[in-house]
Design a protein around this ligand. Structure first.
Ligand code: URA
Length: 292
């Protein structure tokens, strides 16, 4: 699509139109470039389907893995030879590949390295950074959000923007800071334009967050918002019904609890609901103190 700018407009008007056009797209969530050239997707719909890609297509030019400290080298499966095509074509295959890779991780460092190499989730190709985790890996409480936004994508850590600041204040109110908690997301790459991750993207990424939880081995998981709650607890209840409830969560050697609460981004839009979140955060404190 090209901007409709009349040849009769002055350069200043044309510039103004262009800025308005770009603003409109940014506000609509079109804020990520996927390719050097624009594509006419409407035209493509009428064109014959392209020939299937060969499995041995060359690897995209991705930055090499950063060197890791000795003793952290993961026992990784062989790198994939495709450009993430399997995720689009066969989500089940991508999810079972993800499960096998996640299971192979014996430490959080290994899991992070495996995720850096994993290309069956198309989100990694539009994101700037993998957003793996923040906080203390020995924490007793683990907060799990949905997916990174623009700030997190830029920094490479979860909950860095306005919702992160609110989360920090809520944690501080119950005597926690980021070193005493571990923070991660269901999906570790930013969906373009902050759209919600699709069910396929969630199911491909799910084995990784499940393994991450196993490796942190927290006493309590706090699910921030509905996608995190539904993915980790299996409930179909909406977040306003599920919040404030403890769900059993099975770890390899023990059962712990997952508490559902409201997502900080929702609280920024609905500040009155903070009173509900405050009740939930008091439950977090009580659970950590062995009183709930
Ligand atoms: N929202 C999330 O769910 N996760 C983040 O990391 C940031 C915003």
């Amino acid at each position: 699509m090209t901007p409709h700018i009349s040849v009769m407009t002055s350069p200043a008007d044309a510039q103004h139109d262009l800025i308005a056009y770009l603003d409109f797209h940014a506000e609509s969530g079109v804020d990520a470039t996927l390719d050097e050239r624009p594509h006419d997707r409407f035209g493509e719909a009428d064109a014959p389907a392209p020939a299937p890609r060969r499995a041995a297509a060359p690897q995209p030019a991705r930055p090499a893995l950063p060197p890791r400290g000795e003793g952290h080298a993961p026992s990784r499966p062989a790198p994939r030879q495709t450009f993430g095509q399997s995720a689009a074509a066969k989500p089940d295959e991508a999810a079972s590949d993800a499960r096998a890779r996640a299971r192979a991780a014996g430490t959080l460092e290994e899991l992070e390295a495996i995720l850096r190499d994993f290309d069956a989730c198309p989100l990694r190709f539009t994101a700037k950074n993998l957003v793996f985790a923040d906080g203390g890996p020995d924490a007793r409480v683990m907060f799990v959000g949905e997916a990174p936004g623009a700030d997190e994508d830029r920094v490479g850590k979860p909950f860095m923007g306005r919702s992160g600041q609110l989360l920090d204040r809520m944690m501080k109110a119950i005597g926690l800071d980021r070193t005493e908690a571990y923070v991660a997301n269901i999906v570790p790459w930013r969906p373009p334009g902050n759209r919600n991750p699709t069910p396929q993207e969630v199911s491909v990424c799910r084995p990784f967050i499940e393994r991450q939880i196993e490796l942190v081995d927290p006493d309590l998981i706090v699910c921030l918002g509905s996608p995190s709650t539904q993915t980790l607890t299996g409930t179909k209840d909406g977040i306003l019904k599920a919040r404030g409830r403890f769900f059993p969560y099975r770890l390899p050697n023990r059962e712990v609890r997952a508490l559902a609460t409201l997502h900080p981004a929702y609280l920024l839009r609905q500040p009155l609901q903070k009173r509900l979140a405050w009740r939930d955060f008091r439950l977090v404190r009580a659970a950590l103190d062995g009183k709930a």
